[in-house]
Design a protein around this ligand. Structure first.
Ligand code: NAG
Ligand code: CA
Length: 219
C-alpha cells in the first residue's frame, strides 16, 4: 500500500515538473554571470513562421551586452535574437540580420519590450514599455525555421549552446510570450499585464520551461 502511494506521488511529481505553469506574479532570477545558466523554453512553433511577435519584461543593472531571447535553428544561430548591446539600445535579429532600436537610458528600471516581424514586407514592430517605436524592416521574404532551441538569458552560437558569459543575463526576467502572428498596441498592453486575449505559441500564464544551472523562479 505504502509503495503504491509512493509510486503515485513520484508520478505526480514528475508530471508536475513537466507541465507548464502559470507564472503570473513570478520572475526568473539570474543571480550572477555564468557561461551556462539559462531557461530553456520547452515549446516551439509547429510550422515555419512568416510572422511572429515576442514580448518580455526584464530588470537589470547590467551595462555590458546581454541576450534576453535567443531562438536558434540548426541552420542559423541568430534566427531570432533580442539582445541589448548597451544601455539605451536594443538589437532585434531575424535570420542573422538585425535592426537597432534606440530607447531611453535607464539604470535598474524594469523594461517591457515587444518585437514583431512579418515576412511579406519585412516590417519590424517594436514597443518599449507599451509605446510603439517607429517601424523598420529586414529580411523581407524570409521564413523563420520551426525546429528551434529557445533559450532565455544566454546567447546561442550553436543550436542549444555556444554560450558566452560576457553575453549572459543577470537580473530578473518575466512575462515572456511568443505568437506566430503580428500584434496590436492594445495586445502589447495585454501581454504587459499578463492578460493576453490571443493564444500564444507559449506564454507566461502557461509557461513550458526547464531551468538549466543557476536560475530561480521567485515571486
Ligand atoms: C502574415 O502576415 C501577413 C501580413 O499581415 C498576412 O497577410 C498573412 O496572412 C500572415 N500569415 C499567416 C500564416 O498568418
Ligand atoms: Ca549567436
Amino acid at each position: 500500500m505504502g509503495q503504491l502511494r509512493l509510486c503515485l506521488l513520484a508520478f505526480v511529481a514528475l508530471f508536475d515538473l513537466a507541465a507548464p505553469q502559470d507564472l503570473e506574479y513570478h520572475v526568473f532570477v539570474y543571480p550572477h554571470e555564468t557561461k551556462n545558466s539559462h531557461v530553456l523554453v520547452r515549446a516551439k512553433p509547429e510550422q515555419p513562421l512568416p510572422n511572429f511577435t515576442v514580448c518580455l519584461q526584464s530588470y537589470t543593472d547590467l551595462t555590458r551586452p546581454y541576450s534576453l531571447f535567443s531562438y536558434a535553428t540548426k541552420a542559423q544561430d541568430n534566427e531570432i535574437l533580442l539582445l541589448k548591446p548597451k544601455p539605451g539600445e536594443y538589437r532585434f535579429y531575424v535570420g542573422g540580420k538585425f535592426v537597432t532600436f534606440h530607447v531611453p537610458q535607464s539604470i535598474a528600471a524594469s523594461e517591457h519590450i515587444c518585437a514583431s516581424w512579418e515576412s511579406a514586407t519585412g516590417i519590424v514592430g517594436f514597443w518599449f514599455n507599451g509605446k510603439p517605436w517607429p517601424r523598420k524592416g529586414l529580411q523581407r521574404g524570409y521564413t523563420v525555421g520551426a525546429e528551434a532551441a529557445i533559450v532565455l538569458g544566454q546567447e546561442q552560437d550553436a543550436f542549444g549552446g555556444g554560450f558566452n558569459a560576457q553575453q549572459s543575463f543577470t537580473g530578473e526576467l518575466s512575462a515572456v510570450y511568443m505568437w506566430g502572428t503580428g500584434i496590436s498596441t492594445s495586445e502589447v498592453m495585454e501581454a504587459m499585464y499578463n492578460r493576453p486575449s490571443k493564444a500564444p505559441i507559449f506564454g507566461w500564464r502557461n509557461f513550458p520551461y526547464k531551468i538549466v544551472g543557476e536560475v530561480y523562479l521567485k515571486p
